[in-house]
Design a protein around this ligand. Sequence first.
Ligand SMILES: [Zn+2]
Length: 412
Amino acid sequence: MTPATYLDLHRDDLVAVLQKLVRIPTVNPPGRSYGEITALLVRELSLAGLKARRFPISRALARRTLGADSLENPRYNVLGISDLGFEKTLHFNAHFDVVPAGGVWRHESPFEPAVEDGWIYGRGTADMKGSIASLLLALRALRATGTKPRCNIEVSFTADEETDSLLGAGWLVDNAHLRADYVVVMEGGEGSSIGCGHNGVVWLNVVVHGRPAHGSQPEHGINALEKMSALVLELESYKRLLSRRSFHTPDDRVMHPTINVGGVFAAGPGGKINTVPAEASFSIDRRVIATEMVAAAEKELRSFLTTAARRIPRCRITIEKVSENHPCYRDPSHPFFAAMAASVRRVRGGRPSFHVSTGFNDMHFFAEHLRVPTIGYGPIGFEMHGVDERACIADLITASKIYLDLMMTFGG
Ligand SMILES: [Zn+2]
């Protein structure tokens, strides 16, 4: 039997594995049930013939990075290796955390996955436990049919992608002594579109400081909201500046850096209808394109804000960094990308193309930190982070076949 036939005959096994994964509510924040899911993932990798282990994050590091509250929810990452004596190692990565689930779901509980008309519903089916199930079935198929890949296979399942990945993929690339020469992050591309990079981001919070006064005598105060409004208007010229910078993707799209202002905005403490606001704050989400550097983008934005505030009379601001993520991009002319495109074409037909996503994922840890060719590719999903998140079962099998094909044809 070929491994692909094995997959066609074991659709139900793939669904069963995915159901098991979704039933463990690895909701992040706060990062629940990581112990349970990583124990299961180590078992699954071992059954598929890999040498697998779990890395617990020390309490001291968790406290330092995430604060004392996080200690109730210990962090773990999983690493498996199948060392077949090859020189090169092909690595697959997925995160196992999911975003919280609210709203009214078609099948009631987002953590009791239901199957209907070829779809499987539940939190994480699309982002990205479906990818984990697809890969596990591909590994089972190799083992059951006695098929040898052309590289060593390394697999990581990591924590905290839905927050900042610091103790997930970020920790892994620094501490787990990976052997990865080539990486597939199993999201960030789907269908005939393969991910070869993504934007980065700088998140800042700007606090505008005024002076309170009684609402009946506004002339005695400095109105922080009015100063903030003036500052926000100044940002229009910064938007124009950003729109003149561009990056052409391999699939012929033009990407520009962007800012989103005030995803979060607030009056400071003591806000009352009859008080001149003493404080106002807003957030800025600055997307960093592949040709920019995060540090330079942050520096430029900070200096723009400081200069703009100086132009506004009595406008005093402080700028706080919330977080950042690096962009990544690799020209898809590298043979690894060609091999992935060939696998997608063989399994799916059509003409695959390469894109760069506006959102970020864990690819940059491998592409920028380890500096190895990294691809983003997974099964097609719907309503990620939304109500009725779901994955198409046929496409889970297709993704599984593509991973298999890559393992069987790409030798590095
Ligand atoms: Zn994801």
